[in-house]
Design a protein around this ligand. Structure first.
Ligand code: AMP
Ligand code: ZN
Length: 115
């Protein structure tokens, strides 16, 4: 756990969140400022600041985050209509919380390309 990291505190249960799925390695919770009817963040329990800090040893963990996003989308009945998953990285990517998180966004038609 990284001191002063918001998402580490959510993972530790020190800051409340609406958790929709969790296991030993990851958790998924509702984004506090949703951009669509479904907006969930999937995070690893272990602190990793940005995608740049990922190593080859983290490949299974990242796959696990994607699988958890898939499961949440399935739970919400969005498999057929579709959804978007995105990792933002650093300033140009729009990252504001420096603990990696996979956005799962859906429940409406999403524009492409993003701004
Ligand atoms: P990003 O800009 O990619 O770093 O995304 C950070 C996301 O975290 C934003 O969508 C925020 O709305 C969301 N967020 C910030 N604080 C919280 C919180 N306490 N609980 C849930 N989501 C949060
Ligand atoms: Zn953290």
């Amino acid at each position: 756990m990284s001191k002063d990291c918001l998402f580490c505190k959510i993972a530790a249960g020190e800051i409340p969140a609406k958790i929709v799925r969790e296991d030993d390695f990851a958790l998924a919770f509702e984004d506090v400022n949703p951009q669509a009817p479904l907006h969930v963040l999937v995070i690893p329990r272990r602190h990793i600041a940005t995608l740049n800090e990922l190593t080859d040893d983290d490949e299974a963990l990242v796959g696990h985050l994607v699988s958890m996003a898939r499961d949440v989308a399935h739970d919400r009945g969005l498999d057929g209509s579709g959804y978007r998953t995105v990792f933002n990285c650093n300033a140009d990517g729009g990252q504001t919380v420096f603990h990696i998180h996979l956005h799962l966004i859906g429940g409406r038609s999403l524009a492409w390309p993003p701004g």
